[in-house]
Each structure stands twice: as C-alpha cells, then as structure tokens.
Design a protein around this ligand. Structure first.
Ligand code: SF4
Ligand code: SF4
Length: 578
C-alpha cells in the first residue's frame, strides 16, 4: 500500500467544496466510478447528480473513483496498491456495489483497466456471493451495453435518479433476506429500467448474425424499458462538488432542460433521451443563487439551450445576479438577441453552430432543420454583439453523401467567411469535421458506415481546399478512433473478449491485435448493412418507440422529408403515453 497515493487522494478531496465524507461503517458503501480521469469525470454533471442521489438516501455513502493518470496508475501497479476511492481511500474491491457512469465508447477500455487494477474479478460469471455487483449506467449503458455484458452484473437503462433509488431499496431488502447472488439479480431484473445481461443469452446463426436471445423463464417476455424523469422539477441538477480541476473549473453547472425534441435523425441522444423537458425558471433561479456563493460564472447544460422557452429571462436573471454565463449548445434557428448579448457580456468570443452538413439536401436527410439563412442570421447577431469567431460542426460520411455534398461543405465555409467579411468581421472560422457514426436507436441504425478510405480521402480533400482560404481553420478527428467507436457502438457481446485482450495489452493501442487474436472481423460491425428484421444486439431494450417508427423515419430520410419537432399533446413515437 502506497501512503503517497493515499495522500494524493486526500489532497484532491481537501481542494473540493461540497464533498460528503462519511466515516467507514456508518453507512452502506457504494463506489461511483467514472472510467476516465478526475478532470474529465468531474466535468460530467451526471456524476454530480448520481452522487447526490445516492448520498441523499441517508443509508448509503457514495465514494468516487476515477482513472488515475498514467504515472499514478504505474505507481499503483508498482506498489501493488489496489485502486482507492477518493473520500476514504478504500480499496475498490471492498465495495459491495460498484457503479460506473459510462458516457463514451472509448472509455470501455478504461472500465476494464479499472476492474483489473482494482482487483475486482473482471468477468461477471466469475463473481460469487461475496464479490461486488458491477453496475453500469449513462448513455452507453442505455443505447447498447452488449460489448460490456460479460463484465457487468446490472445495467441501468435511461435516467438514473429514480431507478437508483428502486435499485438500492430492492438490493438492501434482498441482502436482508440473505438472497444468493442469482436470486438477487433476478429480483433486481424485475425493476423497470434494469437490465441484467446474463439473463438474456444471444444465440448466433452460422453467418454470425444474432438469431435470437434466450431469456430467463422467470422474466417477462417484454423489452426492458428505459426510465426517464417525467417531472424534472423534482430533481434539481447542478454542480454538487466544486473543484478547480475540471474542464469547467470556473463555472457552476446548472441543467436547464433534458431531452431534445428536434428529431435530428443521426442523434442518439435525441432518440434515447426524449421527450424534451424543461426545468421551471424558479428552480434554476435557486441554482443561480447557489452559484453566486461559489463561482462567478454559470454553465447552462442541456441538449439545445437556445430552445429553452424562457431563455432571455434566464440570461437576464444570471446577469442581474452579477454573474457571467456559458452554454453547452446552441441552435442557429433559435438564437435570441437576449442570449447572444448575454454571451457577449460574459466575454464569449466564439459562437459555435452545428449545421452538421454543408448542403441543404443533406440537412433535410438528417432532419437538421437549419438553413444557410439561419447560419447567416446567427453569425450577424453574434458579430453585432461583439462575438467575432465562428466555429462550425459538421460531419462527413453521412448516409447517401455524394461528391456534391462534400463540395457543399467547402462552399458553406466560403459562404460563412464571405458573410463575415461583408459584416466587417475579420475573425477566424473554425470547421470541426467528424466522421458520421451510425448509432443504435436512430433511423440510421441499419446502415453501414462509410469506408475509412473514403472518409479519409474526403477529409483530406476538404482540408487541402480550405487551407487556401485565409482565416479558415479545419479540425478533424482521427478517423481511426471513430471506427473503433463505431464497432463498439453497434457491437455485440462477442466484442467483450476483444476488449479484455486489448485492455490487458495497452488498451486502445492493443485493439487491432486483439481483433486478430480473437478472429473478429471489424468489417462485420462497420460495413454490413443490417436487415430490417435482423435481431440487433440492443433489441432487449426499448426506448419507448418501436422499430416501425424508426423505419418510417428512415424512409422519411430517404425521401428528404421533414419531421416536425415534438409538440404538446403529440403521441407520435410512443414515448409520451399519458
Ligand atoms: S438539436 Fe438535433 S443534434 Fe442537437 S440534441 Fe437535438 S436532436 Fe440532437
Ligand atoms: S410522443 Fe411526440 S412529443 Fe412525445 S417524444 Fe414522441 S414525438 Fe416527442
């Protein structure tokens, strides 16, 4: 055991405000793990929300753990110290419950590294009655937990605030009754929003496609339905622990809305976290009061902040409190003068817009609902308010993308730059281009990904042309990583073995070798069009709508037809029942 490592953790806690430390033994312990660094994990508002929910019960003490940086991890290994939690520096393997918040596919490698270094039996099948229950929640657990199925006991599907309470009530009751592990898991699997992968065994056909899942006979013959909070007003969501060691170090985060009703057809978050819900302004005002005690800036969180119905009043409220503000996301078609002026008054120098595609045709395919006019209007409003820089997010390799659509990305950037110059704005345009990844529970879930060669050559072409224009900067994500992410996003349980071999051989770096060692073809996951009636790895789960709805949206995409946003009284997709 390294005292140096313990001291380092104590120092981190000492530099935080809002941390809850309970004496060991005074409450039931539960570890909450973010499979990335402290800096990344503490920037995730979901971690704060669940930390508070667990501690607010009165019977459970939540202790956090993050992936140590490379140097610290080496020290853990060299000194044979098991991974330790922050609050009381306890070994991870001693916790009866270990919950991971999983937001990104690339963190799967880290999750396994944490189990291995934490000395927790890595395979769920190897864990006995006295071993921890490993739980995953967050976006990845919600849309397709299958690549992690061999390593986890329980998956929380959807939003965690309510399901974590039902889960813990049932868990403590079962422990009290002395239920063995299998019976405990069967009982937990009855909770709405809880998926226990071991009770759903995939059967594969000779061609490698899933033929069916064999469900445990004690479980109902229905899909596991995602949980979501109907009334956000019941659950305030804001920064709980303030620390300077995060991406948002100078900000107090407040969630203003959840879900998005815009129906962009590529957007997993839009499909898996609908319907759109907003927090009452009065509740956010309480958050702003708390923010004033701790920080000078408020970070507004939500899928599309400019869609918040009382956005101008909210901005005014923040400025009147003597605070500045920042936003997670904007839509070019719902920017208001009040919002732009508040951002300018807060010192913002960049407006970030996400047209996602260059041609209006392609924006119709993906149902983005943004026109060039919206972009120009938003840029003019920002320029006039004193926000000069423009950042554009777009994708390459979208379904049915033609050479004209690629040219249109270049044209869009030129038009934006011309427009800025017309306005007398000489600032930089930054274009960020990411490969499109088809995601589960979207109308594009059946489609192959565009080939890496094609995506790379199109990216290179755009970069070469736009390099010639002064004041334009092109940022591209390394396609290699996007392709690993894509395999994992729509992968099945067989990838578990690949992940495990990779995790023991340098993580992401060991991916290719692990695929080879396990004779798994990446092409099968990346480039194979799925049949419309194929059993998909995530078919045990339901987001509240059925496959026919997604297929209808896919046909709308092919016909370049617009799907209007969610609206009051709508029952179109099946999510809003009451
Ligand atoms: S506006 Fe579109 S891309 Fe943005 S969160 Fe909503 S559905 Fe997703
Ligand atoms: S039922 Fe209508 S309002 Fe509700 S999530 Fe679906 S599309 Fe949106």
């Amino acid at each position: 055991m390294s005292w140096h490592l313990k001291e380092r953790l104590q120092k981190i806690v000492a530099a935080e405000q809002g941390t809850l430390v309970y004496a060991p033994g005074s409450r039931q312990p539960m570890a909450l793990v973010y499979p990335n660094t402290y800096h990344v994990g503490m920037s995730n508002l979901g971690m704060h929300i669940i930390y508070e929910q667990i501690n607010s019960r009165g019977d459970t003490a939540c202790e956090r753990l993050f992936l140590p940086d490379k140097k610290t991890l080496d020290e853990y290994i060299r000194t044979n110290t098991p991974l330790l939690t922050l609050e009381n520096q306890l070994p991870l393997y001693e916790f009866p419950l270990i919950a991971f918040a999983v937001s990104f596919e690339m963190d799967y490698f880290n999750l396994l590294a944490i189990l291995l270094t934490g000395k927790v039996p890595v395979l769920a099948a190897d864990r006995g009655d006295s071993d921890p229950l490993v739980i995953i929640g967050g976006p990845c657990a919600t849309f397709n937990p299958e690549p992690l199925a061999d390593f986890v006991d329980v998956c929380i599907i959807g939003e965690g605030e309510e399901v974590i309470q039902d889960f813990l009530d049932s868990y403590y009751d079962s422990m009290h009754q002395g239920l063995p592990r299998e019976e405990l898991l069967l009982r937990l699997a009855q909770i709405e929003g809880v998926y226990v992968p071991r009770f759903y065994q995939p059967v594969y056909a000779d061609d490698g496609i899933i033929e069916c899942y064999e469900r445990h006979p004690a479980l109902p013959a229905t899909k596991v339905r995602r949980r979501f909070i109907k009334d956000l007003g019941k659950y305030p969501a804001q920064t709980v622990i303030v620390t300077s060691e995060t991406e948002f170090k100078d900000m107090f985060l407040i969630e203003v809305a959840r879900g998005c009703g815009r129906h962009c057809r590529f957007c997993m978050a839009g499909y898996c976290f609908r319907n759109p819900r907003v927090r009452p302004l009065a509740q956010i005002a309480e958050g702003v009061k708390r923010a004033k005690l701790l920080r000078a800036k408020v970070g507004l969180m939500g899928a599309a902040i400019s869609d918040y119905p009382e956005i101008d009043a909210l901005c005014q409220l923040i400025l009147d409190a003597g605070l500045t503000m920042s936003v997670a996301s904007l839509r070019a078609d719902s920017l208001t003068p009040g919002l732009v002026e508040a951002l300018a008054a807060s010192g913002h120098k960049t407006i970030t817009l996400a047209p996602e595609a260059g041609s209006e045709r392609m924006r119709r395919v993906i149902n983005k609902g943004i026109t060039d006019e919206h972009l120009f209007h938003a840029i003019a409003a920002a320029t006039m308010a004193g926000i000069p820089h423009v950042r554009l997010y777009t994708m390459i390799g979208l379904p049915g993308e033609s050479e004209q659509d690629v040219e249109a990305i270049i044209e869009m950037v030129h038009k934006v730059k011309d427009h800025m110059e017309f306005l007398g704005n000489k600032a930089m345009v930054t274009v960020s281009i990411n490969p499109f990844i088809p995601k589960p529970f979207t109308p594009f879930q059946w489609l192959p990904m565009a080939s890496m060669e094609e995506v790379s050559s199109r990216l290179k072409y755009i970069q070469t042309i736009l390099k010639k224009r002064k004041g334009v900067e092109v940022l591209i994500e390394q396609p290699k990583e996007a392709y690993i992410q894509s395999v994992l996003a729509r992968g099945d349980r067989r990838l578990g073995q690949v992940l495990l071999i990779a995790a023991t051989n340098g993580g992401v770096k060991g991916w290719k070798q692990a695929l080879k060692a396990h004779q798994v073809s990446e092409e099968f996951y990346l480039y194979r069009p799925r049949g419309e009636d194929e059993v998909l790895p995530w078919d045990n789960l339901s987001m509240g709508f059925d496959t026919a709805y997604l297929l209808a949206e896919y046909h709308q995409a092919r016909a370049e037809k617009y799907t209007p946003p969610c609206s009051a009284g709508c029952k179109r997709c099946g999510v809003c029942q009451e």
